[in-house]
Design a protein around this ligand. Structure first.
Ligand code: ADP
Ligand code: MG
Length: 682
């Protein structure tokens, strides 16, 4: 006997339902899309318990004809597609004819509908795929679906549902996207008896954005309106300075259908290069309107992804649309600041600037001797200045020609050259006298000490003393050949000197005359803060904010934050639910600069939403790493010498090796290696 069974209708329905109906939010998406396809101008959605026990979608659309009701629940029954060619250019949101069949097979479904052209409406009930009621009903034009007890007959699916709150927020997320994609429809969304979203339906995208993301977000946007290659890109993008640390607030709609569009994401990033910081992403609500046959929407059961017949024009259109919008946005900011928009304030490259100055100078007519005003010199004044200058000069700072060992100040045309010479001679004599006294004193206290070490009076060591000698050599002296310096080794294990900072990033330390330490100040600080946060368990260092901060999130991220409030509290963030996608931050780790709190919360929310399965300790570690990275001093920023010294000392004392991301903190460059590089030793 063969092993293949042809599944009965009920089992086949349950399997097929799985593709379209995954959770309450997918049911709401399908039903609201049907309302939109039916030409509704007002849609009300209500859910209870995350939608699991109750969902209702009412619209004022076309309604369903009595005779169409039963067929509507048959799989692959649709009024939107007839022949194969129709699939090439789908203008409606639905076309698969699967939603009603799927939803009705896994729930208790009730439909009340009246088509405009009929006098009386119908009430229809279907439970687990079986019709239980079909009767006339007095009702207004339009359609209402009520879905109760989703997955009551599929326990396996029921098990995969998340908490009511998570499911409810997933529905809210779907409602946000739909409201943004159809500003011409007035949406009302009620969750557990509370209206959480209401859009005006005035066809203005900005008012839909206002309703979904709030006033602060809406007022910081730049309009986008651009057509290229038959693709019209319209909507809004956030100002570069409001870019966020992830892409969760980037919304794309293709022919009014919400989709995840990697091509558009890439185009935005490209257009924002140099304007938006690396690792930041502007928020946006962008509609791409294009010919229906340029895009294939039939590649994904829930239609979240689409395929373009040709990617390039889509990329180009979004790229140019965003670039143009940003440029116009810039102009507007300048106009607001009162500058002349015809002459945009441009950052000039110093080289260009120098060239311009030279050009302008060269173009100036050279004054004739007669025109040239004679400089008036106040000799008394000049003398005073020179005296002051000489007082300030200390011999080791006198610039020394690199070779030859002489100071050629006598060549100088300065009228004060002689005085300078006298000044040097005086200083030299005073110094020699002081050195002599010091030598005598040290000979008394330490008769054993080798002579070579005496020269090391300045921290810069031998080279500095060589400089000093060169500087103090009288100008007339015949240049002396440079002698190979005697090796100067400080054997003191505790010898430790802050040499300086390179590229505003690397601290340079000279250590016991045997090695140079190069410390990445950001990585070092990051690691130290990370350890501190961990030791204090975050909350120990939490600081109350003077003004609590509200942060707007997309509903999935918002949900993740709400579900992890205890984890965040342990990490030092006191956060509360502020309703409809916003959270309020009351305190944050004290190390975190005020301006970093919001981006940090957004990043944490994105991480928590994407890594739900991470164990608690992994989440804590991630948060500590994020906070310490944001709170640490940045490479490229100016730091005081004291700060750098303290940091370097800590790196050594605590033996810090790597930053929380695994990058090295400190690199040692041995003196031997340097000597080898310079060919001083083999
Ligand atoms: P699809 O939307 O892919 O056509 P569905 O299963 O979602 O498939 O719906 C089946 C049919 O039921 C639709 O083609 C449409 O004719 C009708 N229908 C569903 N919902 C509505 C509604 N709210 N108003 C009017 N007609 C509807
Ligand atoms: Mg549909």
């Amino acid at each position: 006997m063969g092993k293949i069974n042809i599944l009965d209708k009920h089992v086949a329905e349950l399997i097929a339902a799985g593709e379209v109906v995954e959770r309450p939010s997918s049911v709401i998406k399908e039903l609201v899309e049907n309302s939109i396809d039916a030409g509704a101008t007002a849609v009300t959605v209500e859910i209870k318990n995350g939608g699991v026990t109750f969902m209702r979608v009412s619209d004022n659309g076309s309604g369903i004809l009595k005779e169409d009701i039963r067929p509507a629940f048959v799989r692959h029954a649709t009024s939107k597609v007839k022949v194969e060619d129709d699939l090439d250019a789908i203008a409606t949101l639905g076309f698969r004819g699967e939603a009603l069949a799927s939803v009705s097979s896994v729930s208790h479904l009730e439909l009340i509908t009246k088509a405009k052209e009929e006098d009386i409406g119908t009430r229809y009930q279907i439970e687990g795929g079986e019709e239980t009621l079909f009767e006339d009903a007095g009702c207004p034009d339009g359609t209402t679906f009520i879905i109760r007890d989703l997955f009551y007959n599929v326990p396996a699916r029921m098990k995969f549902l998340k908490t009511d709150m998570a499911e409810g927020n997933a529905v809210s997320n779907v409602m946000d996207k739909i409201a943004l994609s159809h500003p011409e429809i007035a949406f009302t969304y009620i969750k557990d008896g509370k209206t959480v979203l209401r859009t005006a339906g005035d066809a203005k995208l900005l008012s839909a954005i206002y309703a979904v993301y709030g006033r602060d977000f809406a007022k910081s946007l730049i309009p986008v309106d651009y057509t290229l290659g038959g693709i019209h890109v319209s909507g809004f993008i956030s100002r570069p300075e409001n870019a966020r640390p992830n892409r969760n607030m980037q919304n794309f709609f293709i022919n009014r259908r919400f989709v995840i569009c990697k091509t558009a994401m890439a185009a935005i990033s490209e257009a924002c290069k140099g304007v938006v910081m690396v690792g930041k992403f502007p928020s946006c609500v962008l509609n791409l309107d294009m010919s229906f046959n340029a895009v294939d929407v039939n590649v994904h059961p829930t239609k979240l992804e689409v395929r373009f017949v040709n990617e390039r024009p889509v990329f180009d259109a979004v790229y140019h649309a965003v670039k143009t919008a940003l440029m116009n946005g810039e102009k507007r900011i300048e106009a607001k600041l009162g500058s002349d928009p015809a002459k945009p304030v441009k950052r000039v490259n110093p080289f260009e600037l120098a060239q311009r100055v030279f050009r302008e100078r060269d173009e100036q007519p050279v004054p004739t001797p007669a025109q040239k005003p004679l400089p008036k010199v106040d000799l008394q004044q000049e003398k005073k200045k020179a005296d002051a200058l000489f007082e300030m000069l200390d011999e080791p700072e006198i610039s020394v020609p690199p070779l030859g060992g002489t100071v050629r100040v006598s060549d100088s045309a300065s009228p004060f050259a002689d005085r300078y010479q006298r000044h040097l001679a005086e200083k030299r004599a005073a110094k020699e006298q002081a050195d002599e006294q010091r030598r005598e004193a040290s000979a008394e206290t330490d008769a054993e000490k080798p002579k070579a070490n005496e020269a090391q009076t300045s921290p810069a060591g031998h080279e500095a003393s060589e400089e000093l000698q060169a500087a103090t050599t009288p100008a007339e002296t015949v240049p002396q050949p440079i002698e190979e310096p005697a090796p100067l080794i400080d054997l003191d294990e505790n010898y430790w000197r802050f040499v300086g900072e390179a590229f505003k990033t690397y601290i340079i330390i000279e250590k016991n005359a045997r090695e140079l330490l190069l410390i990445d100040k950001h990585a070092a600080h990051e690691r130290i803060l990370y350890e501190k946060l961990k030791a204090e368990k975050g909350s120990g260092c939490s600081q109350l904010l003077l003004t609590p901060l509200t942060v707007t999130l997309n509903k999935l991220d918002y949900n993740a934050v709400i579900e992890n409030l205890d984890v965040l509290a342990e990490a030092g963030f006191d956060i509360d639910d502020f309703g409809s996608g916003s959270v309020i931050v009351r305190s944050a780790p004290q190390y975190l600069p005020l301006e970093d709190i919001e981006p940090s919360v957004i990043e944490m929310a994105g991480y928590l939403a994407e890594n739900k399965k991470d164990i608690r300790s992994a989440k804590m570690e991630w948060i500590y790493a994020n906070v310490s990275c944001r709170a640490a001093i940045k490479g490229g920023n100016t730091s005081t010498e004291q700060e750098l010294i303290a940091l370097a000392r800590q790196v050594e004392n605590e033996d810090v090796r790597h930053c929380p991301h695994g990058r090295p903190v400190c690199i040692s460059l041995k003196k031997r290696e340097l000597e080898r590089m310079f060919g001083r030793v083999e």
